[in-house]
Write a protein that binds this ligand. Sequence first.
Ligand SMILES: Nc1ncnc2c1ncn2[C@@H]1O[C@H](COP(=O)(O)OP(=O)(O)OP(=O)(O)O)[C@@H](O)[C@H]1O
Length: 546
Amino acid sequence: MAAVEQPAVVRARGIVKRFGPTVALDHARLAVRPGEAHALVGRNGAGKSTLVSVLTGMERPDEGEVTFSGEPAPGYGDTAAWQRRVACVYQKSMVVPELTVAENLYLNRFPGTGRIRWHALREEARALLAEYGVAVDPRARAKDLGVEQRQFVEIARALSFGARLIILDEPTAQLDAGGIERLFAKLRELRRQQVAFLFISHHLQEVYELCDTVTVFRDARHVLTAPVAELPKEALVAAMTGDDGAASGGDSRAAVRVPVTRKEATPGGEPVLRTEGLVREGEFEPLDLVVRPGEVLGLAGATASGNTAVGETLVGLRTPAGGRLSVRGRPVRPGSVPHAIDAGIGYVPEDRHDQGLVLGRSVAENATLTVTDQLGPYGTVLPSRTRAFAQRMITSLDIKTSGPSQPVSGLSGGNQQKVVIARALAREPSVLVAIRPTAGVDVRSKDALLGVVRDVAAAGSGAVIVSDELDDLRICDRVLAFFHGRVVAEFGGGWSDRQLVAAMEGMTGPGTTGPNGTAGDTGDAGGTGDARDAGDTGDRTEGRQP
Ligand SMILES: Nc1ncnc2c1ncn2[C@@H]1O[C@H](COP(=O)(O)OP(=O)(O)OP(=O)(O)O)[C@@H](O)[C@H]1O
């Protein structure tokens, strides 16, 4: 006789949620058992974030029911009651940046009544953080915390409310290898205390590493729930995409073509982008770069290695302390985004929320922001031309939207990222600079977007990809690895994951690299004992630098 099962910490059944004509959830369901690490995966727009909103009481479903440990969900608006059951750690911080950690921990629930006793509050915060093994000073301002510390504070805050279910929405998106390792160690420790997790990630290798059960959503519906160990990666991807890859020859690029003007690339022609002695004090040392037509150059590096600073300097977001930058032989005024765009530099930013999109505006308006001069005579913008242009982008980039006039705020995260890319491509740039272009993008769309970058190069432009994701870097003709503001290795084709990860972690030994991609074997340089460092991730769908 089997033991009586404990009720699920959360169970959602028959959930329907519509946004105007869009059905975001169509009789969706999910159940998470106590102490379980449960992954929720699906392509961009599958309904994952909407389910999170329903499970955390932020959105009321049109139909269906949610129960916590067998009890009906609290009433909508009873925030405190929801917080006692479930918490979500988002990519975007929920803490108040100007307040201290202690204040954030007790926001809206200061202990006692009347006057706040700051000393006692700090002590309580210290005890709380210690209880969950979080090494953060309660007096620190939240804005001074790194992403990793901030997430730990948010987890501690959730647990202190009594929640035994934590939803993590792409928690590793901004963490480096060490940060991911520490987060996972913390989550494993909390599981032993019967805390359950719902883990949302586009990095499928993380699902295999951390979770025991996986649920797949596709087109607003539940398609399967299975033990991770019994589901090979190909089957998981097939469930997400709804095909086995055979129908499309397994190549999602086939359906994705950007309206770039096709010219034959002129290999070895005049560089599309050149820097000479470009430098920013404290961020990166003087740098000479050359990108030729048809070439995709990767700038690899972990957080704060300098690669992102280089990318942002190329597009004019940061002003260099010295050096020169030119596009097709013409100098570009440094430190000016409009000049960079005019000079032919297309930019795909890392953070689409802060730098990418005007959320209240439509897909069409956002996609055409950089080409309004081409949409009508004498400075006018013809709506019909805008829509037609946007529709081409929607089709070619496979953007899931109800149409060109839908506000961008109503798109899923990954589809917003595609609009950002559409906008950068709209001007047919001489060189496309993309910073972590596939962050938040599902596994199938990722291939498609990277295919688009290759297409841009094939059409005679150049591209620079700034990333720590091995899959992004794999499509590059050449990769420069940054560490502490310096290029420490250069790779042509044929590098192994282990070699590149070792270089990004500063573990380049003598004879490790040659100037033209003659990267030698780093031997056990990457042998930190961490399987994810081992790099030769042949069995992984994705190869992000962990
Ligand atoms: N506030 C909203 N208004 C209109 N449509 C919305 C809104 N929120 C979500 N949608 C739509 O609901 C569908 C599901 O979106 P959701 O954000 O849940 O997807 P997701 O699986 O989280 O995607 P991603 O992986 O890209 O984050 C999408 O088609 C999206 O455009």
